[in-house]
Design a protein around this ligand. Structure first.
Ligand SMILES: [Zn+2]
Length: 412
């Protein structure tokens, strides 16, 4: 049962349909309610070397189908109800395992079809990665020590640090290689040929080594399907980079994924420009201007709040050393602190400002005059309400829930 599955994608990365014999089918031990199916040959690329597996369907063929197949009938498999989705593809004991929700009889013949859009996208990303890594390697000597091709983004980890400027230059070179439309060739060299080839590899390889060569840019051991010529990569865009374990982690997008990325970014910046009533080239300057205006407004608002609070403080009854004020709204804590200080200076007792509402609770700053401890007010409030916070004797801050302005006033 451990006979190796023939990898049809090795020879032809562009094949989408195939027939095969079911060699083995069993309940998958690791996946509940799924069957693990091994075929004598397959077009489904399994999860391998950091790349996600192919998607697609299998169809169990009956006598009729097989008869028609001999006559090369078109539209043989139009019935969607017969399609069995391939939910995952993994390598197990040297064989390629297809995970399905249905059981398939051993010895039967199936027809398989892979999701070409998904596959071609993976081919664009993976070939783009090879060109990128090849240039990094030849120009800087760094190795690609980590590779992950997910269904959204491609990340590579390089063994050395690359600056923004260097990444930009590499990106340009990759795109030049794309426009040069170089040939990409994948093959299994004989042992004596292999020993003559200088190729990149992530690990020590055993067994037959598959070489993928991008003419003039890269030679690398790789098991995945690639595009035939670099032109098919379309475009490569670096979308992120960061220092990672002493090297650099780079995220890229190629082909249609890159195009999708440009669509989204362009739509976003167009929307921003529209809302700012300006051209997209003016968005950064306009944004900066609005930020400056906003901080100026905030400063003015704080000033007005401070004046207002001081005015209210003046109108409080003068017969008490203690005082508390209430305000809604989000006021700069520095303003609150200044007003509390001025209240304490005038009255000498416990003075607090509460900002918020009866419904949502209040945040507060409470100060006290010489010889007093503001924590005493907190202790008093804690007897009946849920209070968080604390501080030094001269000033405490925190929040209170479940108390109305009237409740709090009565404590003062
Ligand atoms: Zn590869």
């Amino acid at each position: 049962m451990n006979s190796q599955t023939i990898k049809l994608y090795d020879e032809n990365a562009y094949g989408t349909e195939f027939t095969a014999k079911v060699l083995h089918c069993e309940k998958a031990d690791s996946r509940e309610n799924l069957y693990a199916v091994t075929l004598d040959r397959t077009l489904f690329f399994p999860e391998e070397g950091g790349q996600t597996p192919d998607r697609g369907v299998l169809i169990l063929l009956n006598e009729d189908d097989l008869e028609k197949l001999k006559g090369e009938a078109d539209n043989l498999f139009i019935n969607d109800a017969r399609k069995i989705e391939v939910l995952d593809v993994q390598i197990k004991n040297d064989s390629i395992c297809h995970y399905l929700e249905e059981e398939l009889p051993e010895g039967s013949t199936i027809y398989g079809k892979i999701d070409w859009e998904h596959r071609f996208s993976n081919m664009q990303q993976h070939s783009g990665e090879h060109v990128f890594s090849g240039i990094v390697n030849s120009r800087f000597g760094y190795d690609n020590v980590g590779f992950h091709l997910s269904d959204s983004v491609v990340t590579m980890d390089y063994s050395g640090q690359l600056t923004e400027e260097e990444l930009k230059n590499i990106e340009k070179s990759v795109n030049r290689a794309i426009y040069e439309n170089r040939e990409i060739r994948a093959w299994y060299p004989a042992e004596n040929e292999l020993s003559e080839i200088n190729y990149r590899s992530k690990k020590e390889l055993s067994g037959a080594v598959r070489i993928v060569e991008v003419d003039g840019y890269d030679v690398c051991a790789c098991c995945a399907p690639h595009v035939k010529r670099t032109g098919e990569i379309g475009i490569l865009k670096v979308i992120n980079s960061q220092n990672y374990k002493g090297g650099t982690r780079v995220s890229i997008l190629c082909g249609f994924r890159a195009l999708e990325y440009f669509y989204n970014e362009h739509a976003m910046i167009q929307k921003l420009a529209g809302e700012m009533s300006t051209g997209i080239e003016n968005v950064p300057a306009q944004f900066k201007k609005q930020q400056e205006e906003m901080s100026e407004l905030k400063r003015k608002l704080s000033e007005s709040c401070e004046k207002l609070l001081l005015k209210e403080a003046e109108s409080l009854p003068e017969n008490s050393q203690n005082a508390c004020l209430f305000t809604d709204g989000d006021i700069d804590p520095n303003v609150i602190r200044r007003v509390v200080n001025s209240l304490v200076e005038k009255r000498g007792g416990y003075c607090g400002i509460f900002f918020g509402s009866d419904k949502d609770g209040y945040r507060f700053i409470i100060g006290s005059g010489a010889g007093l401890n503001s924590n005493a007010v907190l202790a008093e409030l804690r007897k009946n309400y849920e209070v968080r916070g604390g501080g030094k004797p001269a000033m405490v801050q925190g929040s209170i829930e479940g108390a109305s302005a009237q409740d709090i006033s009565s404590v003062f």
